[in-house]
Write a protein that binds this ligand. Structure first.
Ligand code: ZN
Ligand code: ZN
Ligand code: FE
Length: 755
């Protein structure tokens, strides 16, 4: 007889690991115990060495599907003389166990709520060990019911029996509940008066949605605004009340088969939609004639894609079943603020938008938005990382000091490294409003408490005015400022696992450069612990500075002023009034409020303006996106000339002058805008390859918001691969500023770490 001790770390709590071990021990007739610890799960069993080995093998092979085993330490010891197998109480200590994200309702729970014979028939808060809320209800770890927002509900006897039975699917399912003992729904009018409760509330809510009303619905990680997608009237009302003109709304559809009626679906896209992560997936719209479903043109105007998700909680499943057709399910917020999580707050903030409020009494511990992904080359690329993904960590290949990072200014997230793991927070958003700042502070606090974090270093963006950086500088911990575009590249390194030496390409809208100019079209040679900026796009002035982000015409004017004496002549007529263009040209010539930029994003904007695709925009990246979409199905390998100017002791410069002259020439000759756009994209991709040719590194890491552009990304990958390079891209961290924080962690640890 011997004793086997297994210490298992990773995502092993809240996924049914202990009951699984319990059942396995019984199958092999072994005595001992299993327990949750702050690091994961520990198992001890007495038995014949041969049987112990089989037990360990089966444990790894048959582990619960939702668990992620990161590491197993096994030890053979003297037998302890256990007489039975027990599940012991959780123990405390240093917290390293993973907190699981919220998981979409599993098939078994879905069937139960649709079964009139089941005691959970039509119960919107049904869950089990394989599904349901996690991160959005946790106040502390280890993950046990008293440390969740379910602590206020006392389990009834039936639920308690399930909870305590290791052979039950709900054994230790912390949010376990039923209509007798759990949370319930209420329907409120916009002044907070209760109109209906429980199932009546649900039925009445779906009736109101079918009538074309706008409902604020409290879900898993916050509120949605829900309205009928088929009704122009409803969508127009939502747009005007939300102050959102063009930005696409997300759709929720009752079933995958219905999604396939209005979107093209690959097998990977299906898999992603139906996964426990249940993200919003960006899908290509189908031609209308193939479907009898009506979806208003106003849902996603002048955009070839829909963002679509499936119902991922019992509440959404029941609601969508009643409605039977796609609805808009957009974040319950005023534009750019974080989503509401509390019903009283929602009543306050959303009273002018929503006609009714469908709420419940299970508190949300923290806001968690819907995640957004796209399938690129058969795999997910995460564009917004929140529900279903956060806060699962990525693993570094080094054990290092603990670093906390405060991220960028837009699409903000926070990150924390403990040991080998880098945890990235859920999406917080643009730090432009007091609400967003409060969310930033809340998430920061909750990361510190949940992980009992004592970071050695705090990393932040170099920008002198970012509030995220100011917050970091106020802290007492040793600070390391990280340049924005360098953080992007290190984010890609963490995400893809690529290590130096490499060429890092960092293209986005804007970021603070170390030379006082606005960067955004950058190339870095990274060797060991050193980073050298080896190339950038040619600079041009941005009249009005930050205001250029919402007015592509400003980028165009600044860019054209570098090439022509009368730049306005090369812009579409009426782009500017006489006064506007005079004022702006004065700004440029006097160098007042006209910072120089090497931004790739602004170059895309400029071309969108020259081609009269967008002169002003409503949301970040809108012009570049429209420029990409203009290509449609057009196929051309043509491009404009790329000129690289090499300096003896300064970075190389990619000169866009021949490119812009080519665009203007083609436009004046009436060449199709889609073709011009394709040639422009091809040229940009060739520019990257031209720098790669001079950098002398085989590995190329691509990061920054510009690489959300699928056409650009595909062209860059094709050209690089065809020329013998090995490109690396983002997958589970966003290429946009949502990936900045984990990149800052990596940069703080790796730069200057090797001589
Ligand atoms: Zn379930
Ligand atoms: Zn119950
Ligand atoms: Fe950026």
């Amino acid at each position: 007889m011997q004793r086997l001790r297994l210490e298992i770390s990773g995502a092993v709590q809240g996924v049914g690991f202990r009951p699984f071990v319990y059942r396995l021990a019984h199958r092999y007739g072994l005595a001992g115990w299993v327990s949750n610890t702050s690091k994961g799960v520990v198992v001890e069993v007495d038995g014949d060495p041969e049987i112990l080995a089989k037990f360990a093998e089966a444990l790894l092979k048959e582990k619960p599907s939702l668990s992620i085993v990161q590491n197993i330490r096994s030890k053979y010891l003297l037998a302890a003389g256990y007489s039975s197998f027990k599940i012991l109480k959780s123990t405390g200590g240093k917290r390293e166990a993973f907190i699981l994200p919220d998981l979409a309702t599993c098939l078994e729970c879905s069937l139960e709520i649709l079964d009139p014979e089941n005691r959970r028939y039509r119960y919107p808060f049904t869950n089990c060990t394989n599904c349901g809320p996690r991160y959005s209800i946790i106040n502390a770890i280890p993950y046990d019911r008293p440390s969740t927002t379910m602590s206020r509900f006392r389990m009834c006897n039936k639920c308690r029996n399930e909870y305590e039975d290791p052979y039950d699917r709900r054994f230790h399912a912390q949010p376990n509940a039923c209509p007798e003992c759990g949370p319930h729904l209420e329907l409120w009018d916009s002044s907070g008066v209760t109109l209906a409760k429980r199932d009546d509330a649900l039925r009445r809510a779906s009736d109101e949605i079918l009538e074309g009303k706008i409902l604020a619905v409290k879900g898993l990680g916050g509120f949605h605004l829900i309205t009928l997608a088929s009704s122009d009237e409803a969508v127009r009302t939502l747009r005007s009340r939300k102050g959102r003109k063009m930005k696409p709304f997300t759709l929720m559809s009752p079933s995958i088969s219905q999604v396939s009626e209005f979107c093209m679906l690959s097998s990977e896209e299906r898999e992603s939609l139906q996964s426990p992560r249940s993200p919003i997936v960006l899908l290509k719209k189908r031609d209308k004639q193939n479907s009898s479903l009506i979806i208003s043109e106003l849902v996603s105007p002048s955009n070839p894609e829909f963002g679509v998700m499936l119902p991922y909680t019992p509440l959404h499943i029941l609601l969508m079943m009643e409605i039977g057709e796609p609805v808009i399910a957009t974040s319950g917020n005023l534009s750019d603020e974080p989503i509401c999580t509390d019903e009283i707050d929602a009543l306050h903030r959303l009273k002018d938008i929503a006609d009714y409020f469908l709420v419940h009494n299970r508190p949300i511990a923290r806001h968690v938005d819907d995640s957004i992904v796209r399938i690129f080359k058969e795999r997910e690329m995460v564009l917004r990382r929140a529900r279903g993904y956060a806060p699962l960590p990525l693993s570094m290949d080094l054990e290092a000091e603990s670093v906390f990072a405060t991220g960028g200014h837009l699409k903000n997230t926070l990150a924390l490294s403990i040991g080998r793991n880098v945890f990235t927070s859920q999406h917080i958003g643009d730090l432009e409003t007091t609400q967003a700042l409060r969310a930033f502070d809340d998430v920061w606090n909750s990361i510190e408490t949940l992980y009992n974090a004592h970071p050695d270093i705090i990393a932040y963006d170099m920008h002198p005015d970012y509030i995220s950086s100011a917050r970091a500088r106020e802290s007492q911990i040793r600070g390391i400022p990280v340049q924005h575009h360098i953080a992007h590249v290190y984010s890609c390194m963490l995400d893809s696992g690529v290590r130096p030496p490499l060429l890092g390409v960092s293209w986005d809208g804007t970021g603070y450069g170390t030379d006082g100019t606005v960067w955004g079209g950058e190339f870095f040679h990274i060797t060991g612990g050193t980073v050298k900026r080896i190339a950038h796009l040619r600079r041009f002035p941005l009249p009005g500075g930050d205001r250029a982000a919402a007015e592509p015409r400003r980028s165009a004017l600044g860019l054209l002023s570098e090439l022509y004496d009368d730049p306005v002549k090369h812009l579409p007529p009426d782009t500017f009034s006489r006064e506007e263009s005079d004022a702006m040209q004065k700004m440029i010539s006097s160098k007042l409020n006209s910072p120089l930029t090497s931004s790739a994003g602004r170059l895309f904007d400029a071309v969108a303006s020259i081609l009269d695709i967008h002169q002003t925009t409503e949301f970040e990246g809108q012009a570049a996106m429209a420029l990409e979409h203009a290509i449609g199905n057009r196929e051309t390998r043509e491009s404009y000339p790329v000129e690289i100017i090499e300096h003896p002791c300064e970075p190389m410069v990619i000169d866009w002058a021949p490119l812009i002259e080519g665009v203007i020439m083609d436009a004046s000759e009436g060449v199709d805008r889609g073709i011009i756009s394709a040639k422009f994209h091809n040229t940009m991709a060739e520019g990257i390859a031209a720098v790669a040719d001079r950098a002398g590194e085989r590995k190329v890491a691509l990061s920054g918001g510009c690489f959300q552009n699928v056409y650009l990304l595909q062209r860059v990958l094709d050209i690089l691969e065809n020329n013998g390079y090995e490109p690396f891209i983002h997958r589970s961290l966003p290429p946009n500023d949502g990936g900045i924080a984990p990149g800052q962690v990596m940069a703080a640890l790796l730069i200057n770490s090797e001589k």
